[in-house]
Design a binder for this molecule. Structure first.
Ligand code: PMP
Length: 437
């Protein structure tokens, strides 16, 4: 399987390179390969599988659509299923935002919804540029890739959007200002304010700012609440629409339904995908009504009403709410981070452990190299990769992320139990010890 796959698939394939598996079955937090070996899946469709693989409520929702002879494809025409989906989603959003919000169904991917959000704010403001953050990830289409903080995937593609400015993200472990914690965050938000106020900064007033409250692909980096609040204040004062990218964080993963709720802010635009499709492809943009200066048809498309995804998503949202999986994610995430921090004593190469809810990262560093003047050790992507491989051998699927591919990321389904999470920790510990030898 793996050989034929490698021969025929594009050079651009990414996950299959690091996770050499041919999956035959999947259920809950487990996947089974064609040789009957079982793995715990802590990648979970890059955060998509909130309820794990093939959850009964998802299967039931899909079966109901099919058995009930309901439409599978409707472009973006109205259906009762779609109405129910919007009700569930708006009910979960903070009332202060939902009361004045509209929704645009997008193509099936997070990238497509980011494109829609950019078009929305560009149309509303008549301005063209964007603000984004170092380490940010927003997708792989032309526009969304332009917003990416990581240069490597962009250098070979001419003519990406050039009018994007990258501001420093409050990445405490490698804080560009040399201080992490509260002080670093305060310096960071003041830096943003001064930069935007400075006519000599070279930044033309942008159409919008796009921000992850917890950088996901960037290495599970949560922004401090106070920094998020300040960024909201600054963007409001400067009338720069704030787009919060909740593609990965949305619907419970960070310990609240939406990551922006930790800081209690109200965004102008929220981009959602992954979890809200309940396993299947779905993406939406929810935004402040008065930003809607779109002409009819300004953002149309063929695949905006996948009824299976809408039904699976509604069932998933209901289940997350009913079982309070957001609250559970907060508790489990704290437990996981505690265990990983304890491991730092025995696993020298864990430089930093961080996260929010079930979006957790362990940054792997080289402690044999000299620390920089501010005490941080260099990233160690080779060792991170080795740890990932050792985990894989032991039946644990984890993905790498972070600015140098040096952060091991834990993104398990929200339905994972504490016992299963303990096994994840044990396997990770064994793997890290083996990799360090
Ligand atoms: N934004 C964020 C925060 C993401 O994590 C991702 C995907 N990992 C995207 C956007 C892009 O989504 P997609 O891969 O579905 O295009």
């Amino acid at each position: 399987y793996l050989n034929s796959q490698n021969k025929r698939e594009s050079n651009a394939r990414s996950y299959p390179r690091r996770i050499p598996i041919a999956i035959s079955e999947a259920e809950g937090v487990y996947v089974k390969d064609v040789e009957n070996k079982t793995y715990i899946d802590c990648l979970a469709g890059a955060g998509t599988l909130a309820l794990g693989h093939n959850h009964p409520v998802v299967i039931e929702a899909i079966e109901n659509v099919i058995r009930g002879k309901r439409p599978l494809h409707t472009l973006d025409l109205t259906t009762p299923m779609k109405e129910e989906f919007v009700e569930e989603l708006f009910d979960a959003l903070p009332a202060s935002f939902a009361e004045n919000a509209k929704i645009q169904f997008c193509g099936p991917s997070g990238s497509d919804a980011i494109e829609a959000a950019m078009k929305l704010v560009k149309t509303a403001t008549g301005r063209g540029g964007m603000l984004s953050f170092q380490g940010g990830y927003h997708g792989m289409t032309n526009g969304s890739l332009s917003l990416m903080g990581n240069l490597a995937p962009k250098t070979k593609i001419p003519n990406l959007m050039s009018d994007v400015h990258f501001l420093p993200y409050p990445y405490a472990y490698r804080c560009p200002f040399g201080i992490g914690g509260k002080e670093g965050a305060a310096v960071g938000s003041t830096f943003i304010e001064r930069t935007l106020n400075d006519p000599e900064s070279g930044i033309v007033k942008p159409a919008g700012m796009v921000m992850e409250v917890v950088q996901g692909e960037g290495g599970a980096i949560p922004a401090p609440d106070e920094w998020v609040k300040q960024v909201r204040r600054i963007t409001s004062e400067q009338q720069i629409p704030l787009i919060v990218d909740e593609v990965q964080t949305g619907f419970g993963r960070t310990g609240k339904m939406f990551a922006f709720e930790h800081a209690g802010i109200t965004p102008d635009v929220v981009v959602l995908s992954k979890a809200i499709g309940g396993t299947l492809p779905l993406a939406v943009v929810v935004y402040r009504k008065d930003l809607d200066r779109w002409e009819p048809g300004a953002h149309s498309g063929t695949f905006r009403g996948n009824q299976l995804a809408i039904a699976a998503g509604t069932a998933t949202m209901k289940f997350i709410k009913r079982e309070k999986l957001d609250e559970q994610a907060a508790l489990l995430g704290d437990f996981l981070m505690l265990r990983l921090k304890e491991m730092k004593q025995d696993v020298q190469s864990i430089g930093d452990v961080r996260g929010l809810g079930l979006m957790v990262g362990a940054e792997i560093v080289d402690k044999n190299a000299p620390a920089d003047a501010l005490g941080s050790y260099p990233a160690n992507p080779q060792l991170a990769k080795k740890i990932q491989q050792e985990c894989f051998k032991r039946g644990l699927i984890l993905e790498l992320g972070g600015r140098h591919g040096s952060t091991v990321r834990f993104l398990p389904p929200l339905i994972i139990t504490k016992e299963q999470l303990k096994t994840v920790c044990d396997l990770f510990f064994e793997a890290a010890v083996a990799a360090e030898k």
